[in-house]
Design a binder for this molecule. Structure first.
Ligand SMILES: *Cc1c(COP(=O)(O)O)cnc(C)c1O
Length: 404
C-alpha cells in the first residue's frame, strides 16, 4: 500500500529508525541526568550512555572515542572546524581552500573567516562536480592552513577523491577537513586510512534525531586542536561547551551502530533503485543526469529535463516529496548554486529534480515515481510552445524574444 506523498528527499533529512527512537526514550525521563554531574548516579548513568555512544560513533569511522566532539549538527561542526582552525592556527597562516559547491555551512563559515582577515580560495569543480587535484595544488600558498572539501555532495551525490586530497594536504603540512554529512553511514568512511584531520557529520541524515551531530578532531599525527566557538563549562575537551544532549547523543550512537551493520546491504539495495529510476527517466527525451555517475553516493539521482519549466514540474508531481534545483523551493530567487557552478544554464538548473532514496524506500514507491515523473514531463512538454519549437528544429538560443 502506497501512502502519499512519497518521501524521496532523504538527502534533506531521513525519518528516524524506530530502533533509534527506542534507544533514546529512557534518556528523556527516567535516565534524565546531566552527564557532567560527577556526584551521583543520575550523572554517572548519563555519562555511561554518552561514553557508549562515543564508542559507537568512533567505530563507524575508525576513530578513537576521544576524537569525537558532540555538537548540535553538521552546521555547527563545519563552523567549529573552519573558524576553530582559523583561530587556533592564526600564527601559522590565514589561508583556506574550499570549493564553490560546498554546503552553505562551509561557504558561510569561510565568508566569516574572510571578514576576520582570512583569505579563502573557492575552487570551481569540473562539470561533473569533481574537484580538480591540480587546482588544489595550484591554490596552495605558504599561508595555507586548511583544505575543506566535502566528502559527498548533498545535491548531486558526487564523491570527491578524499585520499588524493588528503595526500596533497599531508604533503604540504596543511590540515584537511571534510563535511561528510551525506557520506557517513552510507559509504565506508575511515579517518585513519583516508588521513582525514577533521570531519563533520550529523544524526538526522542517517536515521537519527535532528539537533545532534559530531566533529571528528584528530588527536595523533598530527594532534589537531580547534578554538572553541561556544565558551562555558569546558565540555568536550574544552572544544565545545554546553550540557550534552544525552538523548540525542544516544540516538546518534545507535544510528551509527545500525549503519555499521546494515550499510553494505543497504547501499546495494538503494543503488539498484537509483539505477532503475535513472534508466527509466533517461528514456525521456532530453533528460540529463547531473554530476559524475561513477564516483557517487549510492542513493541519489539528480536529473534535469530540458525545456520543462521547473515550477510547473514540481506542481505536476505533488505526490512526490523530492527536491528541485528550481528557485521556487528555496528562499532565494536563484536556481541551485551547486548546479550553476557545474556550468549548467539557468533553464537546466531550474528543471532538475533530486531523488534521494532511503532505508524505508520501497520498489513500489520507485515504480510510482517513475510513472508520475514521466507523465508530468510529457504533459508539460505537450503544452509547451518551447518544446514544439525545439522539435521543429528551431535553435532556441537564436530566437530573438520580443520585449514586453
Ligand atoms: C544537511 C547538511 C548539513 C547541515 O547539517 P545540520 O545537521 O542540519 O546542521 C551540512 N552539510 C551537508 C553536506 C549537509 O547535507
Amino acid at each position: 500500500m502506497l501512502s502519499f506523498p512519497i518521501y524521496l528527499d532523504n538527502n534533506a533529512t531521513t525519518p528516524m529508525d524506530p530502533r533509534v527512537l527506542e534507544a533514546m526514550l529512557p534518556y528523556f525521563n527516567s535516565k534524565f541526568g546531566n552527564a557532567a554531574s560527577r556526584n551521583h548516579s543520575f550523572g554517572w548513568t548519563a555519562e555511561e550512555a554518552v561514553d557508549y555512544a562515543r564508542e559507537q560513533v568512533a567505530k563507524l569511522i575508525n576513530a578513537s572515542p576521544k576524537e569525537i566532539i558532540f555538537t548540535s549538527g553538521a552546521t555547527e561542526s563545519d563552523n567549529l572546524a573552519i573558524k576553530g582552525v582559523f583561530e587556533m592556527y592564526a600564527r601559522k597562516g590565514n589561508h583556506i581552500i574550499t570549493v564553490n559547491t560546498e554546503h552553505k555551512a562551509v561557504l558561510d563559515s569561510c565568508k566569516h573567516v574572510e571578514k576576520m582577515g582570512g583569505e579563502v580560495t573557492y575552487l570551481s569543480p569540473n562539470e561533473d562536480g569533481l574537484v580538480n587535484l591540480a587546482d588544489i595544488e595550484a591554490a596552495i600558498t605558504p599561508k595555507t592552513i586548511l583544505i575543506s572539501i566535502m566528502y559527498g555532495n548533498n545535491e548531486i551525490g558526487v564523491l570527491q577523491p578524499i585520499e588524493e586530497i588528503s595526500a596533497i594536504a599531508r604533503k604540504h603540512d596543511i590540515l584537511f577537513h571534510t563535511d561528510a554529512t551525506q557520506a557517513v553511514g552510507k559509504v565506508p568512511v575511515d579517518v585513519m586510512a583516508q588521513n582525514i584531520d577533521l570531519m563533520s557529520f550529523t544524526a538526522h541524515k542517517m536515521y537519527g534525531p535532528k539537533g545532534v551531530g559530531a566533529l571528528y578532531v584528530r588527536r595523533k599525527n598530527p594532534r589537531v586542536k580547534v578554538t572553541s566557538q561556544l565558551d562555558g563549562g569546558g565540555h568536550e575537551r574544552g572544544m565545545r561547551s554546553g550540557t550534552l544532549n544525552v538523548p540525542g547523543i544516544v540516538g546518534l550512537g545507535k544510528a551509527c551502530e545500525i549503519c555499521q551493520n546494515e550499510m553494505a546491504d543497504e547501499a546495494v539495495r538503494l543503488s539498484k533503485m537509483r539505477d532503475r529510476l535513472e534508466k527509466e527517466l533517461l528514456t525521456i527525451e532530453e533528460a540529463y543526469v547531473n554530476g559524475n555517475v561513477e564516483h557517487r553516493l549510492p542513493h541519489v539521482a539528480n536529473i534535469s529535463f530540458k525545456h520543462v519549466e521547473g515550477e510547473g514540474l514540481m506542481m505536476g508531481i505533488k505526490d512526490l516529496a523530492v527536491s528541485s534545483g528550481s528557485a521556487c523551493t528555496s528562499a532565494s530567487l536563484e536556481p541551485s548554486y551547486v548546479l550553476k557552478n557545474l556550468g549548467l544554464d539557468d533553464d537546466l538548473a531550474h528543471s532538475s529534480l533530486r531523488f534521494g532514496f532511503g532505508r524505508f524506500s520501497t520498489d513500489e514507491e520507485v515504480d510510482y515515481a517513475i510513472d508520475h515523473v514521466k507523465t508530468a514531463v510529457h504533459k508539460l512538454r505537450d503544452m509547451s510552445p518551447l518544446w514544439e519549437m525545439y522539435k521543429e528544429g528551431i535553435d532556441l538560443k537564436s530566437v530573438v524574444w520580443q520585449e514586453h
